[in-house]
Design a protein around this ligand. Structure first.
Ligand code: T5A
Length: 220
C-alpha cells in the first residue's frame, strides 16, 4: 500500500480511548503494519503547547468558538507535521480524538453554528477525513468515575472533566448522532466491555472495514 490508513478514536471522558489505541497499535505492529500512535489536542510540539493552554481552562472565558479555533490551530500543525507525513510514508495513524471531538464538545455542546464549524473544519483538515472512526460509547457516570480513579492524589480535573453530568450526557448523544449521520466512516463500540473484549470488537471492525488481509476471527 502506498498510503497508510487513518483511524481515529472518539468518545467521552474516560471511555478507554487511550487504552484501546495502544492495544490496536500493538496488534497492527504484530501484523507488520507500521503505526504512528498520536493524540489530540497535541501530537506535535506546537500542538502540545496549545493543549496545555486549553486544558488548563485559560481559554474557557473566551467561549466555545475561540476554543474551537485553538483546537483547530493545534490540529493544523499536527496534520502538517505528523499525520500527513506518516500516512505518506505508508504508516497507519491511530489518533486519540480528532474532528468529532470539536464537533461534539465545541459544536453540539458549545452551540456553535454547524455551518460555521463545518467551514472551520474544512479549512483545518483540508480533505484529511479519517478512514475509520471508532466511537467508544459509555455511560458518562462510569467514564467520569474511571477518569477520577486514574487521577493522581491532589490532581485537579481538567477543563472538560469539570463539566456537570448533563454536559456529559449530551456529549454522549452528540457522538451517537455523528455515528448515525456517517455510518460508513463511524463504528460505535460498547465501551463498558472489559479492555480485552473491547479490543477484540475493535479489531473485528478494522478487519471488516480496512485493507488488513487478516482473518477477523483470529484471536491475538
Ligand atoms: N477536546 C479535545 C475538545 O473539547 N475538542 C477537541 O477538538 C479535542 C481534540 C482532551 C480533552 O479535550 C477535549 C476533550 C477532552 O476533554 P484528554 O486528557 O486527552 O483531554 O482526555 P480524554 O481524551 O478524555 O482521555 P482520557 O484520558 O480522559 O480517557 P480515555 O483515553 O478515554 O481513557 P483511558 O484509556 O485513559 O482509560 C481511563 C481509565 O479507565 C481504565 C484505564 O485503565 C484508565 O484507568 N480503562 C478501563 N476500565 C474498564 N474497562 C475498559 N474497557 C477500560 N479502558 C480503560
Amino acid at each position: 500500500m502506498d498510503h497508510g490508513c487513518f483511524i481515529t478514536l472518539e468518545g467521552g471522558e474516560g471511555a478507554g480511548k487511550s487504552t484501546l489505541a495502544r492495544s490496536l497499535a500493538e496488534r497492527l505492529r504484530m501484523s507488520d503494519i507500521p503505526v504512528d500512535l498520536t493524540r489530540e489536542p497535541g501530537g506535535s510540539p506546537k500542538a502540545e503547547a496549545i493543549r496545555e493552554t486549553i486544558l488548563s481552562g485559560r481559554i474557557k472565558p473566551h467561549g466555545p468558538f475561540v476554543e474551537a479555533l485553538m483546537f483547530s490551530a493545534a490540529r493544523i500543525d499536527h496534520i502538517d507535521r505528523r499525520i500527513r507525513p506518516a500516512l505518506a510514508r505508508g504508516e497507519w495513524v491511530i489518533c486519540d480524538r480528532f474532528i468529532d471531538s470539536t464537533r461534539a464538545y465545541q459544536g453540539a455542546l458549545g452551540h456553535i453554528d454547524p455551518a460555521l464549524l463545518g467551514e472551520l473544519e474544512q479549512v483545518t483538515i483540508a480533505g484529511l477525513v479519517p478512514d475509520l472512526t471508532l466511537i467508544l460509547d459509555l455511560d458518562p457516570k462510569e467514564g467520569l468515575a474511571r477518569a477520577a480513579r486514574r487521577r493522581n492524589p491532589g490532581e485537579a480535573k481538567d477543563r472538560f472533566e469539570g463539566e456537570n453530568l448533563t454536559f456529559h450526557r449530551k456529549l454522549r448523544a452528540a457522538y451517537l448522532a455523528i455515528a448515525e449521520k456517517e455510518p460508513e466512516r463511524c463504528a460505535v463500540l460498547d465501551a463498558s466491555l472489559p479492555p480485552d473484549k473491547l479490543a477484540q470488537a475493535a479489531w473485528e471492525v478494522l478487519c471488516e472495514r480496512l485493507p488488513l488481509n487478516q482473518d477477523a476471527d483470529e484471536t491475538p
